[in-house]
Ligand binder design. Structure first.
Ligand SMILES: [Zn+2]
Length: 391
């Protein structure tokens, strides 16, 4: 790669620079040594080693997917079909993926992750989080995180996904395992700890104990909260200053107020409601209350088997009453905030050179053209990592 790369002919450039909140038109962008060093009118584009003209396309920051479960084997297409035929969704379906994941070889997990990583890049996701949670034994959780860390720095220990079959009569024993030997084995490969605090999974006291143990082990905190029913998850998240409370489908006014007065991001994952035929979270209520809202894929084989952030944006706009620009911000800048990252999710000078050239004149097209692949070229750290139609 040349040392500096200029992108010219940008019809609409989204930077999320608070100093220049409006979209830039007829714009250009310069990447040097993997980072954004300049944005502005294309007439003022500095001399660079190489220049690419995108002929009026819109350019946005690479998507930041702050909630994904790509460490698994097998799929659950039959369960999806049964659910669409009327069976309800329950957290226990996770156990069938646990059995498949435990039986898989390291290479099988590695190649499934590589396949999903390629899908993420094709859909414009340049930063993604990867949770464990389908091993639920010390060695199976440890290897999931070790393999995940080959592809992303945003690794999350989710030993507290569900209580595995062998501990059904001894949930306290499983919490002791998660907060003891399993945490010890997993912490070196993880940046975050997460817990599924909901019906059929872990209660508020268990979630608090698990997150506090993770914090002592040096991990940041995130939580699956209030997906299936109202509950204590959001309150626990705010109380412990978790980076993100995820799902947030069933919230009380107290929950919304707590989030609004905190630095905890509400990460909404509408692929899960889509795939379980459930009511969507009320994004409008959260945004109007001043909560920072992120969008994520929740990519997992049971309840949201998508790697398409554009699909999540389209649902968020159509079904959750977000504006197109709010949805794009939720999938980029606020996704980064949910991972407490300041180097991605925007294109201000100093940001990582992670961006998407859309096959569209405006980012509105991501929601306006649902189901259409508008992701033309994807750059990560200034390198072209996906090119749908070679120039
Ligand atoms: Zn999840």
């Amino acid at each position: 790669m040349a040392e500096s790369l200029g992108i010219r002919g940008i019809g609409e450039l989204t930077t999320f620079d608070p100093a220049h909140p409006e979209l830039l038109t007829d714009a250009a962008l310069v990447i040097e040594d993997g980072c954004v060093v300049w944005t502005g009118p294309q007439g003022q584009l500095p001399v660079t080693d190489a220049v690419v003209d995108v002929h009026g396309a819109a350019v946005i920051p690479g998507f930041v997917d702050s909630h994904a479960h790509p460490m698994f084997a097998g799929d659950r297409a039959a369960e999806f079909a049964a659910r669409m035929a009327g069976q309800p969704y329950a957290a226990g379906g996770i156990r069938s993926t646990v059995a498949r994941t435990r039986a898989a070889s390291d290479d099988e997990l590695r190649s499934n992750l590589a396949r999903l990583t390629a899908e993420f890049l094709r859909s414009g996701i340049t930063t993604f989080e990867a949770k464990s949670g389908y091993g639920l034994t010390v060695p199976d959780e440890e290897r999931s995180l070790r393999i995940a860390s080959e592809q992303t720095t945003e690794t999350t220990f989710l030993g507290a996904h569900v209580v595995p079959q062998e501990f059904v009569d001894d949930p306290a024993g499983y919490v002791a395992l998660v907060t003891g030997p399993m945490l010890q084995a997993c912490a070196p490969h993880a940046r975050w700890i997460d817990v599924f605090c909901d019906r059929g999974a872990f209660d508020g006291d268990q979630a608090r104990a698990i997150l506090q143990a993770g914090r002592v082990a040096g991990l940041g905190l995130r939580i699956h909260a209030n997906q299936l029913q109202p509950g204590p998850g959001v309150q626990v998240a705010v109380e412990l200053d978790a980076a993100s409370a995820d799902h947030c489908t069933h919230l009380s006014d107290t929950d919304v107020d707590a989030l609004a007065g905190s630095s905890t991001v509400a990460t909404l994952v509408p692929g899960a409601e889509f795939s379980t035929r459930s009511p969507y979270p009320d994004a409008r209520r959260l945004i109007d209350a001043g909560v920072s809202v992120a969008l994520a894929t929740d990519c997992n084989p049971g309840s949201s088997y998508t790697t398409s952030m554009a699909f999540c944006i389209a649902i968020a706009v159509r079904e959750m009453h977000m504006t197109p620009s709010e949805a794009v911000q939720a999938a980029t800048l606020h996704g980064a905030r949910a991972l407490r990252r300041t180097d991605v999710g925007h294109l201000r000078a100093g940001a990582s050179g992670d961006f998407i050239v859309l096959d569209a004149p405006s980012a509105i097209h991501l929601a306006y053209r649902p189901g259409v692949d508008c992701i033309d070229r994807v750059y990560r750290q200034g390198h072209l990592v996906h090119e749908r139609s070679p120039l």
